[in-house]
Design a protein. Structure first.
Length: 281
């Protein structure tokens, strides 16, 4: 990042935001079985998240743990349930995540249960997930990957999300725990309305970026739109080329530079598709 661009970007965002800070900042990764040649043991997950979060920054260690994957029929949840009870919500024969989430409980790593909703009924999906997992102390909320939200007439990634929907989702979370938070994840800033509520974290998916300048341009718009809400970004996807990122120290420097020129702390989640490679370099 050039000094000139850093100063200009800093001034732009600083004038808009001032010096206000927000609540929790999370540092960690996604937790998906997609695009992994193998799925690490729970112990390896704990060790890797501990190393990543402690080296990269001082935020609270956290994982966006994928609990429900997209299907053209709706969503497939990774635990047993009654397929007949909720339309477009399907269940696995066995629980594939209990061991991992229980291990997170014991190691003070926060978990956002991530769902890829498809055409499923999101309120009912949230209820199903929290009915099953709200007893775990590591669970601090839900992450809805809106890139995988679709309707019968609109493909994934193109559905607008109004404030009314966000409020309804928050009401459901509050029924389980009034401290639960909601992460809304997308790459398209135009499709999500901003709700002024400190329980909502707006997370930008940075897949496909190739330069720091591109990151600055995109994330500055994201921060400005969703202020004063908490914000964050996910990066490090498998096919991305990030020449300025070579190891954990370079991620630390990059994250610190983002916070310094926005005067606005942001959560960072690294894609699980490259997490283990970069931690073990």
């Amino acid at each position: 990042m050039s000094k000139k661009r850093l100063v200009l970007f800093c001034l732009t965002v600083f004038l808009f935001l001032g010096c206000k800070t927000v609540g929790e900042v999370y540092v960690g990764s996604s937790g998906s079985r997609i695009n992994l040649d193998f799925f690490p043991s729970s112990d390896r997950w704990i060790d890797t998240i501990d190393i990543f979060s402690s080296t990269v920054d001082s935020g609270e260690a956290a994982v966006l743990w994928s609990i429900g994957e997209y299907s053209s029929r709706g969503i497939i949840l990774g635990f047993p349930g009654d397929d007949k009870s909720n339309k477009n919500i399907y269940y696995s024969d066995i629980n594939i995540d209990e061991e991992y989430i229980s291990k997170f409980d014991k190691n003070d790593i926060s978990i956002f249960l991530l769902i890829e909703p498809g055409i499923s009924n999101i309120p009912e999906t949230i209820k199903s997930v929290l009915d099953y997992y709200s007893n775990h102390k590591s669970v601090v909320g839900i992450c809805i990957d809106l890139e995988w939200l679709s309707t019968d007439g609109i493909d994934p990634g193109q559905v607008s999300v109004p404030v009314e929907s966000i409020l309804r989702w928050l009401d459901i979370l509050e029924d389980y725990d009034n401290k639960y938070q909601l992460i809304l994840k997308h790459w398209d800033i135009s499709l999500i309305d901003r709700l002024d509520d400190d329980r909502v974290i707006y997370l930008e998916s940075m897949e496909g970026i190739t330069t720091e300048r591109e990151f600055e341009d995109r994330f500055s718009l994201w921060v400005r739109k969703f202020y004063p809400n908490k914000v964050g970004f996910e990066m490090g996807f498998k096919d991305d080329v990030l020449p300025w990122i070579t190891n954990l120290n370079s991620i630390y420097s990059f994250h610190r530079s983002i916070d310094s020129f926005t005067s606005y702390p942001s959560s960072l989640f690294w894609s699980s598709t490259t997490l283990f490679d970069i931690v073990e370099k």
